[in-house]
Write a protein that binds this ligand. Structure first.
Ligand SMILES: C[S@@+](CC[C@H](N)C(=O)[O-])C[C@H]1O[C@@H](n2cnc3c(N)ncnc32)[C@H](O)[C@@H]1O
Length: 247
């Protein structure tokens, strides 16, 4: 498992260096794939951001749009990459709010910090760490977002438990991720693309729902948005930490 995580880290370190070198990077089964990246954002959102933040976009959706962020909220982006969703979140929550980005890859964190400086964002902070052991205290985040990262995790129950822990009671998640149709076996998912390309590690709809429920979430909604491979989709995932839950 540690080896697979290191392979993921190396892949995204290389993607960050590509962007720093003036190229664009891509997630997905092939090097260029229109189902992933900055084309999934509205033009006015892209135009307001530094070019490198847009070029580094490796997601499969736009979680800031699905999370319906409000002024003053504290947002955490799991696997923040070049920072595109952190910067968009920071604009939505305004100066009274805060947007954190968490990533394990130094090269991505360096790119994200540079992009935040270029954007003049003051209400953002990038943290180094893993999404399986989030370096924040319990009950300190209003909204957890993530864009095409949870499928890369080697320990998804730990990710769901950590999302639940850091959220305030009544807090919510607004995630985009790759999800497989329930009939696809793990081997069939792996035939469609590799783990680092965000395909082989994808959960099915039923597995995603069960994992979130097991962590304590309620109101789980998983909605497919567009296909990314045969019987595999980008999907929006929403869920809530019950208001009375102080765990
Ligand atoms: C597919 S990219 C998505 C980046 C960003 N969310 C976006 O939409 O552009 C995956 C990112 O997650 C990070 N990542 C992958 N697994 C991680 C883990 N277990 N803990 C922390 N970061 C992780 C990688 O370093 C990379 O920056």
């Amino acid at each position: 498992m540690a080896d697979l995580r290191e392979t993921v880290r190396e892949r995204y370190a290389a993607a960050a260096l590509k962007v720093t070198g003036g190229e664009t990077a891509c997630c997905g089964p092939t090097e260029t794939d229109e189902n992933f990246g900055s084309t999934l954002y509205a033009t006015d959102e892209r135009d307001a951001l530094p070019a490198d933040a847009v070029a580094a976009s490796l997601g499969c959706g736009n979680p800031t749009a699905v999370a319906e962020l409000r002024e003053g909220e504290r947002v955490l982006d799991l696997g923040s990459g070049g920072g595109i969703d952190v910067l968009l979140s920071a604009r939505r929550v305004g100066p009274s709010g805060k947007a954190y980005g968490l990533d394990m890859t130094d090269e991505m964190l360096a790119l994200a910090v540079a992009n935040a400086e270029q954007a003049g964002a003051t209400n953002v902070e990038f943290l180094k760490g893993t999404i399986e052991a989030i370096p924040l205290p319990a009950g300190t985040i209003d909204v957890v977002i993530s864009n095409c990262v949870i499928n890369l995790s080697v320990d998804k129950p730990a990710v769901f438990a950590e999302m639940f822990r850091v959220l305030t009671p009544g807090g919510r998640i607004g995630v985009t991720d790759v999800v497989a149709e329930d009939h696809l076996s793990s081997a069939q998912r792996a035939e469609r693309g590799d783990h680092v390309g965000c395909i082989a590690g994808a959960l099915s709809f039923a597995e995603y729902r069960a994992g979130l429920l097991a962590a304590g979430f309620t109101g789980v909604e998983i909605t497919a948005t567009h296909p990314v491979a045969d019987a595999m989709h980008s999907a929006i995932v929403r869920a809530v930490k019950p208001a009375g839950d102080t765990a």
